[in-house]
Write a protein that binds this ligand. Sequence first.
Ligand code: ATP
Ligand code: MG
Length: 260
Amino acid sequence: MSRVLAVTNQKGGVGKTTTVVNVAASLNELGKRVLLVDLDPQGNATTGSGIDKSALASSVYHVLLEQTSIQEARVRSPSGGYDVLPANRELAGAEVELVDGEYREYRLKNAIDAIVNDYDVVLIDCPPALNLLTINGLSAAWRVLIPMQCEYYALEGLSDLVQTIRRVRGHLNTGLEIEGLLRTMLDPRSALAQQVSAQLERHFGGKVYRTAIPRNIRLAEAPSHGLPALRYDPASKGAQAYLQLAREILERFDSGTIDL
Ligand code: ATP
Ligand code: MG
């Protein structure tokens, strides 16, 4: 069975794209077939996968507008070994162009349904907003993976997101659940991070991945070379943490579901 995971948090800069690119590369390393869907007009997951976003013949935008098939629009990441449904700035127009569109919340789901058997895991990189693009991501997803920084306001933002997920579950995607919460950019020496981390575990229990991603400069450098960290500096703490996370994600798939 294919697992479609939406990686989302409406808060900007929490590590969504870094997570999607590095988990995709790590799962590929572990022998899994992976599709990365870039749903963000910033196109950072596309660039970070070594794909030139200014030279795309077609992209997720054309797929959402049903001008191109997903089979035609997907490309292979030369550095990561996984497939990418790429995005660029054109995608910013999709929201307006889809506003009167038929079944507009399900465009991505319908596209993914056509190729889902080609992959073991589909990872969707959502933009930092609870907009129609994110709703398309959540409607297409089997589960949600939430990256978050252990900061003072993190839990507050999380309750908005949990509410959105509940709304989507009520109206668009009845099976939707949180797969896991991922602590990103963790500084183990920060007392506040430790407190928030403990609070998270109290609130969400087993939903919090045991693996936390440390703040690591290699993870920030790798995208400018169009490389996942596993190709840029495989021994780095960041690359190894994402490899460990990929193993934990697979373990959790095998062990069945945990209800929220
Ligand atoms: P946006 O909301 O804009 O889409 P995002 O949630 O996708 O942002 P990223 O782009 O992954 O977040 O990360 C934000 C910035 O932090 C980037 O410059 C990235 O390189 C850097 N970064 C992410 N994770 C780490 C980490 N563990 N250590 C150091 N830098 C990191
Ligand atoms: Mg991003």
